[in-house]
Design a protein around this ligand. Structure first.
Ligand code: SF4
Length: 370
């Protein structure tokens, strides 16, 4: 689990969803140039990270790539980077790309985990989100993936949509549980600056959900999935069992080194964080000219690493080690207060956030900062 993870950003989508803040473009004409550039970027990092035990193909929409492109991509990665014997290999998939042939190809290429972007099983919500798939297509995609023998299937859902009714959200969750997926991610909708939804919000055409309702959705979701046997192991993530938790994402939360390849991808190694240009053109041009496609970097101070460890720890069921807060002023009394408020519990040498504590995960670390 402490080996480095590899992330590859596939910056292409068929259309842009109006709430999405991830970097992607809708023209596929740059795919060949992006693959050439990626091959160059791989060579830069060939010996710098050691062997990876997770690979995560995210985006964008990685399943938009055809079989030749996906095959070449995997060859590029496995030819020059080193991997442990049994890496977790995940691909983010859109339901409208899933066919029997595609799933068979993914298996042949070594993908052992699929993260399927379903978002909702309500037709009206899917139309509002401008997703390309219907609820029926999403369910068919789940069935195809499961019939092809994939046991490690993750379903991504979104709640807290403007005007969403709790009963509609619960109907989606109930329906998803029929398929008993190994992993469920439930992301609260955030409306980010620069997105079409943000403009609609400013024009008063949609309403933000509001803190109280967001809180209610969160508590309902957590309670329902835990009652149904899922472990709520990170604010937005639920696993059927320990072995189906996302090995790759856990690395981000534990400050384990990771390498991000592709436009806009972030990397972290020995206290240094850097991120790539948020432009396919800029990324390709930099690598064509023999330059690293890095937009910027920051060296974290010891204090920043410490504070981040608290922020990341309080977002997970692993919590934070007690000794991390011992040097802070009033740590004993603060800990007593948040314990008696039901925000954390103590397990051995760790402070573990409760469900209520998860809601305040972003403010808990500040109580201990110097
Ligand atoms: S398909 Fe995914 S990455 Fe692409 S625009 Fe929609 S939400 Fe964003």
């Amino acid at each position: 689990m402490n080996r480095p993870g590899l992330y590859v950003h596939v910056p292409f989508c068929r259309t842009k969803c109006p709430y999405c803040d991830f970097y992607s473009v809708t023209s596929l004409s740059l795919v060949p140039a992006w693959l050439d550039a990626l091959q160059r970027e791989v060579l830069i990092y060939r010996d710098r990270f050691g062997s990876f035990d997770s690979l995560y193909l995210g985006g964008g929409t990685p399943t938009i790539l055809g079989s030749r492109e996906l095959t070449r991509l995997m060859e590029v990665l496995f030819q020059d980077l080193s991997f442990s014997r049994d890496p977790e290999i995940t691909i983010e998939a859109n339901p409208d790309d899933i066919t029997k042939e595609k799933t068979a190809l993914l298996r042949d290429l070594g993908f052992n985990r699929i993260s399927l972007g379903v978002q909702s099983l309500n037709e009206k919500e899917l139309q509002f989100l401008q997703r390309r798939h219907s609820a029926k297509q999403a369910e068919e995609a789940i069935e195809i993936i499961q019939a092809s023998g994939y046991t490690n299937l993750g379903i991504d859902l979104m709640y807290g949509l403007p005007g969403q009714d709790e009963s509609v959200w619960m109907a989606t969750l109930r329906r998803i549980l029929v398929y008993n997926p190994a992993h469920i991610s439930c992301y609260q909708m955030t409306i980010s600056k620069g997105t079409p939804f943000y403009r609609m919000l400013k024009q008063g055409r949609i309403q933000a959900t509001g803190e109280e309702r967001e809180r209610a959705f969160f508590l309902l979701t957590s309670a329902y999935l835990e009652e149904n046997g899922y472990v709520h192991y990170e604010i937005s993530n639920f696993a059927r069992e320990e072995k189906t938790m996302s090995r790759h994402n856990i690395k981000y939360w534990r400050h384990v080194p990771y390498l991000g390849l592709g436009p806009s991808a972030h990397s972290f190694l020995k206290g240094l964080r850097w991120w790539n240009l948020r432009s396919v053109d800029g990324y390709c041009q930099a690598l064509d000219c023999g330059r690293r496609p890095v937009e910027d970097r920051e060296r974290l101070t010891e204090e920043q690493v410490w504070l981040e460890s608290l922020f990341l720890g309080f977002r997970t069921r692993e919590g934070v080690k007690r000794k991390l807060i011992e040097g802070s002023p009033n740590s004993g009394s603060t800990l007593r207060e948040i314990r008696s408020a039901g925000l954390v519990t103590l397990h051995g040498d760790r402070i573990i956030p409760t469900r209520e504590g998860f809601i305040l995960a972003d403010s808990l670390p500040l109580l201990f900062s110097h």
